[in-house]
Design a protein around this ligand. Structure first.
Ligand code: SAM
Length: 263
C-alpha cells in the first residue's frame, strides 16, 4: 500500500469519531488488506483520516442525504459550490431548509441543503441554528473550500453505496476485505432517523459478521449488552475524555471489537 495525504471529514457529524480516529486509523493502516469497506460511513471521520489508501475502497450509508452529498461532491463539485456561494444564511432560511421535504429538490440542491444544515447548526446534526455571540458567524463557504477540494480529490477513486449494512457487507466480503463498522451507539439507535436502525440490528451485525471471510473492526460504546452480543470476538477497551461544559470533562469508555488480534 502506498502512502497518501490525509483529508478532512466533509462536515461535523454526530459520532464523527474525532476522539477515536487516531487509534482506529492506526489499526487500519497496520492491517494487511486489499479492499477497505465502510458500511456506516457518515461524514467519513475514518476514511478521510487514515493514511494509506487500499487498492479498492467502498463506502456506504443508508441515509440518502449522506449518499447524495458524497455523489454530488464526486460528480458536480462546481455546481455544488455555486449553490452555496450566495446562500441566504439566516435563521429563517435555516428553518425553511430544515423543514423542507428534500425529495422535491434536485440532487445538487439536496446535497447543498444537507451540507449547509450540518455546517450552520450547533451539535453537528443539522438540527439547531448555530450562532455564538463570542465567535465569527458560522457559515462561509470560502472558509471550507480548500479542505473540501482536498477531500473531494481523495474521493475520486472511492465507490459509494446506499445499502442496508447487511447487504453491503455480503456484497463486498472477501478474504482480502477489511471492514470498519461505526454503527449508531447502543441506546442511540434513532439518532440518525427512526427507520434506519433498530436495537435488534446489533444482533444482525453480529450474525452478518459471523459469516464473513474478511477482517472487521467495530467501534461501540462499552456497555454490558454490547459485550454480551459480541462475546467471543477480541474486545479492546478505550477510554476517551469528552468536554461537556466550558470547564468540565467526562470520561467515556468505548470498545473496539475485532475478529483478529489488535496488539
Ligand atoms: C455513528 S454514524 C457514523 C459516523 C462516521 N464514522 C463519521 O465519522 O462520520 C452511523 C451512520 O450509520 C448510518 N446508518 C444507520 N443505519 C444504517 C443501516 N441500516 N445501514 C447502513 N448505514 C446505516 C447513519 O446514517 C449514520 O450516518
Amino acid at each position: 500500500m502506498q502512502n497518501t495525504v490525509q483529508a478532512k471529514p466533509i462536515a461535523p457529524y454526530l459520532g464523527g469519531k474525532s476522539k477515536l480516529a487516531k487509534t482506529i486509523c492506526s489499526i487500519i493502516d497496520n492491517t494487511e488488506h486489499k479492499t477497505y469497506a465502510e458500511p456506516f460511513v457518515g461524514m467519513g471521520g475514518i476514511l478521510f483520516r487514515k493514511e494509506k489508501p487500499a487498492k479498492a475502497e467502498i463506502i456506504n450509508d443508508y441515509n440518502y442525504e449522506v449518499f447524495t452529498l458524497f455523489r454530488v461532491l464526486q460528480r458536480h463539485y462546481d455546481e455544488f459550490l455555486n449553490q452555496l456561494e450566495y446562500i441566504n444564511h439566516s435563521r429563517n432560511h435555516f428553518k425553511y431548509l430544515k423543514d423542507l421535504n428534500p425529495t422535491h429538490l434536485t440532487d445538487i440542491e439536496r446535497a447543498a441543503r444537507f451540507y449547509y444544515l450540518l455546517r450552520a447548526s450547533f451539535g453537528a446534526m443539522a438540527s439547531t441554528y448555530g450562532v455564538d455571540k463570542t465567535r465569527p458567524d458560522r457559515f462561509n463557504i470560502n472558509k471550507y473550500k480548500k479542505d473540501l477540494a482536498h477531500t473531494v480529490n481523495r474521493l475520486r477513486s472511492v465507490a459509494m453505496e446506499n445499502l442496508d449494512f447487511e447487504d453491503f457487507i455480503k456484497k463486498y466480503d472477501s478474504k482480502d476485505t477489511l471492514f470498519y463498522l461505526d454503527p449508531p451507539y447502543y441506546g442511540c439507535e434513532n439518532d440518525y432517523g427512526k427507520e434506519l436502525f433498530r436495537r435488534e440490528d446489533f444482533e444482525r451485525i453480529r450474525s452478518t459478521l459471523d459469516s464473513i471471510q474478511g477482517k472487521f473492526i467495530l467501534s461501540l460504546n462499552d456497555l454490558p449488552p454490547v459485550r454480551e452480543i459480541f462475546k467471543g470476538y477480541y474486545i479492546k477497551e478505550v477510554e476517551l475524555l469528552y468536554t461537556v461544559a466550558k470547564n468540565g470533562n467526562k470520561k467515556a469508555k468505548e470498545v473496539i471489537i475485532s475478529n483478529y488480534p489488535l496488539d
